[in-house]
Ligand binder design. Structure first.
Ligand SMILES: [Fe+2]
Length: 319
C-alpha cells in the first residue's frame, strides 16, 4: 500500500495541486492529511473541496481549525483589531459546509495497513511528549542558532544531529509501541526509522508553507508498506513557483483585508524560514514600548509595528 502523506496546507491551493499531481504521477491513490488546511493562504474552500473529492483518505484536524471554531457565534462588529484579521477573513470567506467538515474531523486517527498500525495526529506532542515538540520545531531551532534569516539547511542539520545523538529523543521514541507515527505542525519535513524496533516517525513538512529553509519547492512524503509489512519512506519535494504564488495572493481579498499577515507570510514563502514568530515578538515589544496594552493588537499598532519590522529587515539586507 502506498500513501501520500500531506500536512499544513494553510490555504495554499496551488501547492496542494502541485503535490497531488506529483502523487498521481506516482500512481498513488491513498492519502493521509495531518491538519491545518486554512489560514495564511487565500484558498481554504478550494483546498477543502479538493481533499473531500479524494476517495481513499484519512484526514485529521490541526490547530488552525480551532482558530475558526473559536469565532463561531461571536459579534463580528467587534472584529476591528489588526492581529486577528487573517482568522476573520478566513471565517468570513470559508463556506459553512466546509467549515462544518473541518470541525467534524477527528483530532487523531489510527488504522491498520498490511499488519502495521498507523497513528496520525497534528503535533508530535501527541506521541512523543513535549521534548521533541520543542526541538522538532523551526522556531526553536532558528532561535537557538541565532541566525533566523540565514543559513538554509541549518535546521535540518540540527534536527538530524538530535535524532542521531540526543538521549532524551531516544528515550521518547523507546516508549512507543511498534508502528508508524505521522504528524505535522512544525512545517519541517523529517522522518526517523528504527527498523529493529519497528518504529517510524514521519513529518511530511508543510505543503503550503514550508519552514525548513529549502526554497523553490514544497514537500510531501510517500509511505509504502509492502504486503509483507516492509516499510519505506520517501521524502519528496515538488517544484513550486513562490513568486508567482505571491503575485496571485496579491490579487485576492485576503491580501486587502489581512494585509500585514499576508506580507509576513510572503517573507516566509520566499525564504522558507520562520518570520511570523519573530514579527509577533517584535509587535509585543513595540506595543509595550509605546504603552499600548490592548490585545489583540489594535490596527494602528499592528500596522506601525509591521512598517518598522519590515524596514529593519530591509536595512539588514542592505548591510
Ligand atoms: Fe501549520
Amino acid at each position: 500500500m502506498k500513501y501520500a502523506v500531506i500536512s499544513d496546507i494553510h490555504g495554499n491551493y496551488p501547492a496542494l495541486k502541485a503535490v497531488l499531481q506529483d502523487a498521481e504521477n506516482q500512481e498513488i491513490s491513498h492519502f493521509i492529511f495531518a491538519g491545518d488546511y486554512c489560514i495564511s493562504g487565500p484558498w481554504p474552500d478550494e483546498c477543502i473541496a479538493e481533499i473531500r473529492s479524494i476517495k481513499e483518505k484519512h484526514v485529521i484536524r490541526g490547530n488552525e481549525e480551532k482558530y475558526l471554531e473559536n469565532l463561531i457565534g461571536k459579534d463580528q462588529s467587534l472584529w476591528t483589531d489588526g492581529q486577528m484579521q487573517i482568522s476573520y477573513w478566513c471565517y468570513k470567506n470559508i463556506s459553512s459546509d466546509h467549515l462544518d467538515y473541518l470541525l467534524g474531523l477527528p483530532h487523531k486517527d489510527e488504522f491498520e495497513s498490511n499488519g502495521i498500525t498507523i497513528h496520525v495526529a497534528h503535533s508530535s506532542m501527541d506521541f512523543l511528549g513535549t521534548y521533541p515538540f520543542y526541538t522538532w520545531n523551526s522556531v526553536t531551532v532558528a532561535e537557538r542558532n541565532r541566525q533566523p534569516y540565514s543559513d538554509p539547511g541549518a535546521i535540518l542539520a540540527d534536527m538530524k544531529k538530535e535524532m542521531d545523538q540526543d538521549s532524551s529523543f531516544k528515550e521518547a521514541v523507546d516508549k512507543l509501541e511498534r508502528g508508524i507515527y505521522i504528524f505535522g505542525h512544525s512545517h519541517v519535513q523529517s522522518s526517523y526509522m528504527d527498523r529493529d524496533k519497528g518504529i517510524y516517525l514521519i513529518n511530511p513538512g508543510s505543503c503550503g508553507l514550508p519552514l525548513d529553509g529549502i526554497r523553490g519547492n514544497v514537500p510531501y512524503t510517500i509511505l509504502e508498506i509492502s504486503d509483507e509489512g516492509q516499510v519505506s519512506i520517501e521524502e519528496k519535494r515538488v517544484p513550486f513557483d513562490k513568486e508567482r504564488y505571491i503575485n496571485e495572493v496579491m490579487l485576492t481579498s485576503q491580501f486587502k483585508e489581512a494585509n500585514i499577515w499576508s506580507r509576513v507570510i510572503f517573507r516566509e514563502q520566499i525564504t522558507a524560514l520562520e518570520h511570523m514568530y519573530f514579527f509577533l515578538a517584535f509587535v509585543e515589544q513595540y506595543s509595550k514600548d509605546i504603552g499600548d496594552f490592548r490585545r489583540p493588537y489594535c490596527l494602528e499598532t499592528w500596522e506601525r509595528a509591521f512598517e518598522l519590522w519590515d524596514q529593519k529587515l530591509e536595512d539588514q539586507k542592505l548591510k
